[in-house]
Design a protein around this ligand. Sequence first.
Ligand SMILES: C[S@@+](CC[C@H](N)C(=O)[O-])C[C@H]1O[C@@H](n2cnc3c(N)ncnc32)[C@H](O)[C@@H]1O
Length: 232
Amino acid sequence: MKNKENINIKKGGRAAFGRVDAFIQDKISKGRYGFNELIKAGADSGRMLKRPFSYLETFINDAGVAAIHPSSKYLVARVVRAVEQGGPRVVVEFGAAEGVMTKKILKILARDGRLAAIERNEGFYKKLAEIEDPRLRTARGDVRNMADILRGMEIKNADCFVSGIPFSFLSPEERFTLIREIYAHLPHGGRFVAYQCTTHLIPLLRKQFRQIKVELEIRNMPPHFVFTAIKK
Ligand SMILES: C[S@@+](CC[C@H](N)C(=O)[O-])C[C@H]1O[C@@H](n2cnc3c(N)ncnc32)[C@H](O)[C@@H]1O
């Protein structure tokens, strides 16, 4: 499988998605099994991950983190490229964690640009808030309250939303509402860039957006899809 794969969903890539999705899910469940075994082995021998990486520790305490390490540099580069292609001035980031994407987005952002980064987990948020850049605003909160959070930051619209939150943890209604709110906050030509390890978001994106590009980055554990939905 090529690692730089752009999939045009209009050209009947759906069956292929299903196979890629199943492949990734299989890798994730095997990975989870190994992870559980690791914890069990550590606990049994009294060496229960005494000095875990902050991500791993955070993941153990907060399943909503949905990752045991930050995105790989390849996934970050792919996501940031999708953001940059829209030439945004105002960007909103969902699920920024410690700021692995945030720092790179700041690198491509215009000097007079603004980046609003939202993170729900307290430990990650503390690290995120340490990033010093006058263009960055951070908020500790849940993106389900994005309208209020953005209002508090005096942001009416954004040219780009970028999201790493696990949409599968939201109820179907919450997902739908969130996508609708994102769409409402975008100008024509604005984009929503989401990175996820499943394709479940595609039908939902198609309800709002007419143009959706799908890429696959396999150099991440697990491999991730990058969806770029553009408001026309
Ligand atoms: C898969 S991690 C991605 C982290 C980071 N952006 C990266 O690329 O490595 C998802 C992040 O979203 C955060 N998150 C999950 N649900 C959220 C929500 N409803 N509101 C805000 N943040 C959320 C988690 O705490 C976690 O930091």
